[in-house]
Design a protein around this ligand. Structure first.
Ligand SMILES: [Zn+2]
Length: 563
């Protein structure tokens, strides 16, 4: 980015434009000014501005270029944005930094859309890593396999010499080869564990597919990542997040050990703010609550803050494990991980102790249970304003949508979940059937019901590249433009609504809207400069937008080469 070097150059420009009769006095109060931009502030009624002034880590003023220039002085860094688009720093309301960081270095099967592609990637990775005792990886989609599920026989042919275990893109289904099943002692006679299923063939033999909790039969044997490997993955994840324009993220579930690694990683790579959710325990004892509270008190800085707990109420649609009122096409109504009584008790205990509770709830029955648990907790404890959250919220009953606003519950949805690839159209939609598919991932209906909708990615389930999330929410097509007009096009959002969900609404979802999510005097100077104006572009071109600069607390956390 070109900088204006001298004040005389500025004055000359002002004179030549005839902008001012009386030369303005420059106060020099700003450390940095960013001028000549197209600034989307996110503020209702005052959404557009041209320039920003930063002092220390906060915004001194947002306004016109001429007004902001008056805040510059001799030592002020002046950045000419040359018409570029500026937005509040992006905030991802639901992701997994450890998994995301590891995904940047592991065997990934994303975008391998048929079995030939899956096989080629596994074979190449296994050949390139003969030293690894296991072949592990993730990201396969159900649609890549005839019938929607893989088999151990296929994997035996690709990895005959050692155990292999590969997770589906949503993390709810595992694929083991015969060596891995042998080590895990999964046989014909092995019983399904609670909350899980060992898929079997017509003869009763395990096929290699392990659903939900059954994955742990193999996962517990995997070589554990060492703390320094976790920390390295986290540093990579943080730098990548900054390059995607993120200034804040909300970590959906973290262990104490990972939290320590995250604190160290953020010290080494101070490029992101993280709001973290601990794991929600079933019927937490006073001891559990005390130790979680201790972590909440220890991690309470602007860079790393613990404020929520996250629990899983059900599974996913593709594996037919999300809890539904009515059976899936093909049968079954899914698995609940809590009884209603257990859930009500656990949520009430956390609500009483001042926690925000995040519940993964995808099926309509799970969403109803979550809302009811939040409602009962507030009533029993006499609490309000906890901003409890339903995570994913994929297939709610239409009648439950107004309850979000009424109860002050956050709708935490993921902008790329309606991405209509083969997996979505050939596995997800048919499992639901047409009536439920119409109310699935219905972002517009959630907005119209008056809920605060916070967007996230669920990285590494989908990329956390925010412009791709916005593109998907606006078009509801793939990046190749299919299906024409978008999947369930009535649920498309405007670019401005999608931006709001990734900024102000996501800040609200972590109780941070007084500091962040808007560009306004006195707020933290977290913002992003993009190559194109998201609000003026044809929707199909949003996906090509590049992040040029990410500013966190007034400092650059990412700068694109050449900017
Ligand atoms: Zn998640």
């Amino acid at each position: 980015m070109r900088r204006l070097v001298t004040l005389s150059a500025l004055a000359a420009a002002a004179v030549s434009l005839g902008a001012q009769k009386v030369a303005p006095v420059n106060t020099g109060r700003a450390d940095r000014v960013f001028v000549n931009g197209r600034v989307w502030t996110g503020e209702p009624g005052k959404a557009l501005a041209e320039a920003l002034a930063v002092r220390g880590s906060t915004l001194l003023e947002v306004g016109t270029t001429s007004a902001i220039r008056r805040l510059a002085g001799k030592g002020t860094d002046v950045v000419d944005l040359r018409g570029r688009f500026v937005a509040p720093g992006f905030i991802d309301a639901h992701l997994h930094l450890v998994g995301g960081g590891l995904s940047l270095e592991e065997l990934r099967l994303d975008d391998a859309s048929d079995f030939a592609a899956v096989a080629a990637r596994i074979g190449a990775w296994a050949r390139a890593h003969p030293e690894e005792r296991w072949v592990t990886g993730e990201g396969w989609s159900y649609a890549a396999f005839p019938g929607g599920l893989p088999s151990r026989v296929q994997l035996d042919a690709l990895v005959p010499d050692r155990p292999a275990f590969l997770s589906s893109y949503d993390g709810h289904t595992g694929w083991a080869n015969s060596a891995a099943l042998r080590l895990a002692e999964v046989r014909r006679a092995t019983k399904d564990p609670p909350g899980g299923e060992i898929v079997r063939d017509a003869a009763g033999e395990p096929t290699g597919v392990l659903k939900e909790n059954a994955q742990q039969l193999v996962e517990r044997l995997l070589p554990k990542k060492l703390p320094h490997e976790i920390e390295r993955a986290l540093r990579r994840a943080i730098a990548q997040a900054a390059a995607w324009g993120l200034t804040g993220v909300q970590q959906a579930g973290i262990s104490e050990e990972e939290l320590e690694s995250l604190a160290r990683a953020l010290e080494a790579t101070p490029q992101l703010r993280v709001y973290a959710a601990l794991r929600m325990e079933r019927d937490p004892t006073p001891d559990v609550l005390a130790s979680q509270d201790e972590l909440r008190r220890r991690f309470a800085t602007p860079r790393l803050r613990v404020g929520a707990v996250k629990g899983f109420l059900d599974g996913v649609v593709e594996a037919r494990s999300a809890a539904m009122f009515e059976p899936y096409s093909g049968g079954g109504t899914g698995l609940e991980h809590f009884t209603r009584e257990e859930l009500d008790r656990s949520v009430a205990a956390y609500d009483k102790a001042g926690w925000q509770v995040m519940l993964h709830a995808i099926g309509d029955r799970a969403v109803e249970m979550a809302l009811t648990a939040f409602e009962r907790a507030a009533r029993a404890n006499g609490t309000s304003g906890r901003r409890h959250r339903v995570e994913h919220l994929e297939v709610p009953r239409t009648a439950d949508l107004p309850r979000f606003k009424a109860l002050g519950v956050i709708a935490s949805t993921q902008a790329m979940f309606p991405y209509p690839n083969a997996n979505h159209l050939d596995v997800y939609v048919p499992a639901l059937g047409p009536e439920r598919a119409r109310r699935a991932l219905a972002f517009k209906a959630v907005d119209d019901a008056g809920a605060v909708q916070a967007f996230g990615s669920d990285w590494p389930v989908f990329t956390a590249e925010v412009v791709r999330g916005i593109a998907t929410a606006v078009t509801r097509t793939t990046f190749e433009g299919t299906p024409a007009g978008g999947w369930e096009p009535l649920q498309r959002l405007s670019a401005e609504a999608a931006l709001r969900h990734f900024t102000r609404d996501a800040a609200y979802a972590e109780h941070a809207e007084q500091e962040r999510g808007l560009l306004k005097e006195g707020r933290v100077a977290d913002f992003v400069v993009l190559s194109q104006d998201l609000l003026a572009l044809p929707p199909e071109r949003i996906k090509d937008t590049k992040v040029l600069l990410t500013v966190l607390g007034g400092q650059d956390s990412f700068r694109a080469p050449g900017f």
